[in-house]
Ligand binder design. Structure first.
Ligand code: ATP
Length: 582
């Protein structure tokens, strides 16, 4: 007893050989107080080489730990570096010093050093040693009694009936919730009593009722699980590619535990332990508890199931006039009476649409992409034909021709009078262009009136490599080919306003229809209507790829917004696919 009192008083920080030898001698004094077997065991342990070696190491570490000169000043130097980067990003052009610090702080070696420093400062020494196996009497069950004060906040844990034992167990503990913060309730703990009421044979619903009827302090009697407690938060961030509302989800285990989100939201996935229900919180919501969201696996299954249902419904309705809308909004109406389009068509829409429907958009892992000094992300303007992408692109290039450039397209058509090779087009023989298309050298291409047209990947790269911002306004189906880790484009959706506003703005500006080959008339109502529908459809199919959007109603305002977005893409760290940030 004396020995252990000593042990407690001194604490581990002062534990040394002196203490160890005093422990051994005090054991001898206490021989009469306890069983011989226990004392013999303790004496062997205290005199063992292993323990003495450990004490030796501990004493040295403890000594160094007391030296203030090597004590860390902070344990979040990486966070500080990121904040400095964020502050510096818009100021790089001010001085070469800013630029150099900005560049230095981004180097992987320095960032790794800061991360290593923080881990040591936090005493985050991995790997963790396995827990010491405890020999427990088989009949003896360890029980913990946990008391939590009930307030307006949810407990942040869910319960279920264990399939094998039929007992009530803790199914999940929501990160950051009351149960998690208590550090006392863990997944797999068996619930024996709630407020003195034995829950054996009860359903999770019954237990919930007990909890709901309780006021003030709630006492749980739990048998701890033998699994690992206190899982660390994962650092994964994803961009959601669909809207989610737990209130409308009949399968979520607990609606109150759900986390609603919208397409485009950045989510911090804090746990992926459960195959079907991840725990996540919206990025930036640091203090809120995490909520349940469907896992990628579950969401993919749902989408496949929904598609199958839609397909079988439309199969069974074949031949009848009414059909379920299995196509995205704004899909081309095969009965449309619009005349033949004279406009240049770069893609076979029908062929590519089937491919798009194959995509199952759930979550995309993202990371912050920091601006690189002197290398700008290409800006891609996507939008319905005629919406004004070229007009905006022209204005941006005219504002600063040294900075914003558009690649010169290639064509196989013969040169016309007044045209200068390399100015309007780069003229190229058909067999050469076909071979280059085959070799994947074109980021977009198409055929119009028997001639090929296209934009080469090399022309985009060469603009980027000379430190200019490349602006592109390709057909929307080129998104997938352009959204690569090499190009890292910033993609903006240029949207039309509602029909009335669209019509009024185009009429007021005497806008020329891009559907008329001679450019001699304004847009017809049908063309404007198609533009609105097409924008909805583009948003449905590709909305999750857009970094931002511009509503092109008032041209001046739309252009102002484009300038702001261009600056944002040049200066700010922005979320991008994680594969782009290596
Ligand atoms: N906000 C606006 N208000 C009025 N007129 C506009 C506006 N935006 C564009 N326009 C006009 O609409 C016409 C079509 O614009 P533009 O050529 O830029 O379309 P586009 O999206 O590039 O089309 P396409 O892809 O079919 O070539 C042009 O006459 C342009 O000046």
């Amino acid at each position: 007893m004396f020995a252990f009192n000593l042990f407690m008083r001194r604490g581990w920080g002062e534990f040394s050989f002196v203490v160890l030898s005093r422990l051994v001698s005090s054991l001898k004094e206490a021989e009469s107080l306890s069983g011989e077997q226990d004392l013999g065991f303790l004496q062997t342990l205290l005199e063992s080489k292993e323990l003495n070696a450990l004490v030796n190491v501990h004493s040295k570490v403890a000594k160094i730990g007391k030296d203030d000169r090597v004590a860390p000043l902070l344990s979040s130097s990486m966070q500080v570096a990121l904040e400095v980067l964020e502050q510096l990003a818009p100021r790089c052009h001010i001085s070469p010093l800013c630029k150099e610090v900005f560049h230095l702080l981004q180097t992987p070696h320095l960032q790794s050093l800061l991360c290593a420093h923080d881990s040591i400062a936090k005493k985050d020494f991995y790997p963790h040693l396995p827990e010491i196996p405890m020999e427990v009497d088989e009949d003896e069950e360890t029980i913990k009694i946990v008391q939590l004060v009930k307030n307006n906040e949810a407990l942040g844990a869910t319960i279920k009936t264990d399939d094998e034992t039929g007992k009530i167990v803790i199914a999940r503990v929501m990160h950051g919730g009351a149960a998690d913060r208590s550090g006392l309730i863990h997944v797999g703990d068996e619930v024996i009593e709630v407020n003195g009421i034995n829950v054996e044979g009860k359903t999770p619903g019954d237990v919930l009722q007990i909890l709901q009827n309780s006021e003030g302090t709630i006492t749980f009697k739990l048998v701890p699980s033998d699994g690992k407690a206190g899982q660390r938060e994962s650092k994964v961030r994803v961009r959601a590619h669909f809207d989610y509302d737990p209130d409308c989800d009949p399968y979520i285990p607990c609606k109150e535990a759900g986390q609603a989100f919208q397409r485009g939201d950045i989510l911090h996935i804090v746990s992926q332990d459960d195959a079907f229900w991840w725990q996540a919180r919206k990025e930036g919501d640091r203090n809120s508890r995490a909520g349940l969201i469907p896992s990628r696996n579950l969401q993919e299954r749902r989408i496949i199931h929904e598609r199958k249902q839609i397909e079988s419904n439309s199969e069974s309705k074949k031949g009848s006039c009414a059909s379920i809308c299995s196509t995205p909004p704004g899909s081309p109406n095969p009965n449309s009476c619009r005349g033949p389009k004279t406009k240049k068509i770069m893609y076979d829409v029908a062929e590519n649409d089937d491919f798009d429907r194959e995509m199952i958009a759930t979550y995309e892992e993202v990371a912050k992409l920091y601006p690189r000094p002197g290398i700008f992300r290409p800006i891609i303007l996507i939008g319905a034909p005629g919406v004004g992408r070229n007009e905006l692109k022209r204005r941006l290039a005219a504002r600063d021709p040294e900075k914003y450039r558009t690649p010169v397209p290639y064509t196989t058509r013969p040169i016309r009078t007044g045209e200068v090779p390399g100015r309007e087009y780069i003229f190229i023989p058909r067999d050469k262009m076909e071979a280059d298309i085959q070799a994947g050298k074109f980021i977009e291409h198409g055929e119009y009136k028997g001639h090929l047209y296209g934009t080469s990947a090399e022309s985009v790269r060469s603009i980027v490599n000379v430190g200019c911002v490349c602006i592109l306004s390709p057909h929307y189906q080129a998104i997938k080919a352009l959204r690569t880790p090499q190009l890292k484009p910033f993609i903006i959706h240029v949207k039309p306003p509602a029909f009335e506003q669209l019509k009024a703005s185009r009429e007021a500006a005497h806008a020329r229809s891009t559907f008329d080959e001679t450019n001699s008339r304004g847009f017809t109502d049908e063309e404007l209507m198609d533009m609105v529908k097409s924008a909805e459809r583009i948003n449905f199919l590709y909305g999750h790829f857009f970094d931002d959007e511009i509503e092109n109603s008032d041209l001046g305002k739309a252009f102002e917004r484009l300038v702001q977005l261009a600056q944002k893409s040049e200066c700010e760290p922005l979320w991008a696919p994680a594969t782009w940030v290596q």
